[in-house]
Design a protein around this ligand. Structure first.
Ligand code: PEP
Ligand code: MG
Length: 578
């Protein structure tokens, strides 16, 4: 028996024989084409690019509902890579000027890109190398006239062991037979990990040399909850893991049954659970999963298509969203472009500190026409069902007032053109800048609701880049400074009678459900996948218990102590997850 330790990326237990996938490392010979064949070679390249784009579009269509928005976004990114004008031009140049074969040109360009990415210091970006590999292989297959190999491994169920899996290999795994997987490389934030979670199959990555050491046919346990891979386990271990697998399956079944039960504490305090989405297509599945509405629709993904959407494109998306919601709450957030969310094709000047620069509402103020286009579309859609409008990145009262003036200008224009809209549309703000949290008292007088964006609030309060793996340890939602800011915001909301929700990732992490309820939060907007866990915790406690937990953690001076204490509490309620 051998125990390997890796990074747990998708919870659950799989016990099956291994199917080891041989690395599909393409070897590309240095091949040149004669001058008279250059034009034909360039045509081959164009055809391959077109085919690869079409395949990716098909993948998005086929798996949209299974995989959800975050995953679809990955494939949009692949499509963008294939549309990158500089890259396509460079490929044509290598074929035209240097007479390389299309394969060799692709391999040259992608090797260079992959090497450059692997040399980056930023862990999150470094993990994008798998995306480039994925696109490269797709292009090479298109040139060879083949399609992606399927990893059948016979008819029986298996666990897949591979050096690496590209995101599209993972997305198209036959989950009726592949019940778990483990890879040598990869990290928590890699796209492969995100896809595994979306598919709901246990997975461990970052195992080093597992694919060389495990043979097809070995009996393997994949513990995706704790990040262990056990090869040829002894009887006792096998027995223990079979029991844990059974427990986990029962647990997920219990969670599914929670779907139609209200999120309410044991002593009857009701909590509202909404979902965060990036595309209107995700709304249906989110409601299916038990969400009572949409607490955050991130509209900047309309810009991922590579060009600025016009008013009609905005309107179509919002209309679809409002129809999908069918009278349930829908919070549409205005553009949050900039920093990590720069849309393709957006002409944004380089900035030394983009997270502190011209992002979000600041960008909208600098481009009022772009802002008004979106506002017009949101207001038009508000005639078809209840919409709340939410402004991101607010740091001062002036910004709220300025945005309101622009909104009222747009309303005047619509009125003059006799276009219907909801003239009482609730206007709320995100509290995601520490300054806004500290002046919540003033802001609460001027807006209809708050939604706390902890992703940014933690980043700005603790001065920790939210996408930099090197400082990931310092990114602590349970930091006493954050807890105090949350209390300030929630209390201001209560005092002024406005709704306070939370749409940052913290609200979907079941370990924080108890203290958030204890702090007075009653609306959670979370990724649909985490709804059952949050509901489960909510239904297992009383408000009194939650308030006692808050009293206790407010005596702690550091995040680690708080996290340990909360984990212990949560473990007692859901041992399978913690
Ligand atoms: C946040 O900052 O918490 C948030 C929800 O917004 P985003 O993650 O889109 O920046
Ligand atoms: Mg934010």
């Amino acid at each position: 028996m051998q125990v390997k330790v890796g990074i747990p990326v998708s919870p659950g237990i799989a016990i099956e024989r291994a199917f080891v996938l041989e690395a599909e490392e393409p070897y590309i010979a240095e091949r040149f084409v004669p001058p008279e064949a250059v034009a034909a070679e360039q045509q081959r390249l164009e055809r391959a690019l077109e085919q690869a784009r079409a395949e990716i579009r098909e993948l998005q269509e086929r798996y949209r509902e299974v995989l959800g928005g975050e995953t679809i976004q990955i494939f949009r990114f692949h499509e963008m890579l294939l549309r990158d004008a500089d890259m396509v031009q460079e490929l044509h140049r290598l074929i035209g000027a240097e007479q390389l074969s299309a394969e060799y040109a692709i391999s040259r360009v992608f090797r260079r890109k992959i090497q450059a990415i692997r040399a980056l210091r930023d862990e999150y970006l470094r993990q994008r190398d798998a995306d480039f590999q994925d696109v490269e292989r797709r292009l090479l297959r298109a040139l060879a006239g083949t399609t992606q190999r399927e990893h059948k491994g016979g008819e029986e169920e298996v666990v897949l062991i591979a050096h690496d899996l590209t995101p599209s290999q993972t997305a198209t795994l036959d989950t009726s037979r592949i019940v778990g997987f483990a890879t040598d490389v990869g990290g928590r934030t890699s796209h492969t990990a995100i896809v595994a979670r979306a598919l709901g199959i246990p997975a461990v990555v970052g195992l080093g040399t597992a694919s060389a050491e495990i043979a097809s046919g070995d009996l393997v346990i994949i513990d995706g909850t704790r990040g262990r891979v056990i090869v040829n386990p002894d009887e006792e271990t096998l027995k223990e893991y079979r029991a844990r697998r059974r427990q986990f399956i029962e647990f997920t079944r219990d969670l599914a049954e929670l779907r139609d039960l209200p999120a309410e504490t044991r002593d009857g305090h009701r909590v509202t659970i909404l979902a965060n989405v990036e595309f209107p297509e995700e709304i249906g599945p989110a409601l299916e999963a038990g969400a009572e509405g949409i607490g955050l629709y991130r509209t900047e993904f309309l810009y991922a298509e590579g060009q600025e959407p016009d008013e009609e494109a905005h309107f179509r998306a919002y209309l679809r969203a409002v129809e999908e919601c069918d009278n349930r709450p829908l919070v549409v957030r205005t553009l949050d472009l900039g920093a990590d969310k720069v849309g393709a094709g957006m002409a944004a000047p380089r900035e030394a500190n983009p997270f502190l620069g011209c992002r979000s509402i600041r960008y909208c103020f600098q481009r009022p026409e772009l802002f008004k286009t979106q506002l017009r579309a949101i207001l038009r859609a508000s005639a078809y069902g209840p919409i709340k409008l939410m402004l991101p990145m607010i740091a001062s009262l002036e910004e709220v007032r300025k945005a309101k003036v622009i909104i009222s200008d747009v309303m005047d224009e619509l009125e003059q053109s006799h276009v219907p809209f909801d003239d009482r549309i609730p206007i709320g703000i995100m509290i995601e800048v520490p300054a806004a949290a500290l002046i919540a008292e003033f802001l609460a007088r001027e807006v209809a609701f708050f939604s706390i964006g902890t992703n940014d609030l933690v980043q700005y309060t603790l001065a920790v880049d939210r996408v930099n793996e090197r400082v990931a340890e310092l990114y602590q939602p349970a930091h006493p400074a954050i807890l105090r800011l949350l209390l300030t915001v929630i209390e201001a909301g209560w005092r002024h009678g406005i709704e306070v929700s939370m749409c940052g990732e913290m609200s979907g992490e079941a370990i924080y459900t108890i203290p958030l309820i204890g702090l007075g939060l009653r609306t959670f907007s979370i990724s649909p996948g985490t709804i059952p866990e949050v509901k489960k915790v909510t239904r297992s406690i009383t408000l009194r218990e939650a308030e006692e937990v808050v009293d206790r953690i407010f005596t702690f001076s550091d995040a680690r102590q708080t996290d340990n204490y909360l984990r212990e509490k949560a473990r007692r309620i859901i041992p399978e997850l913690f």
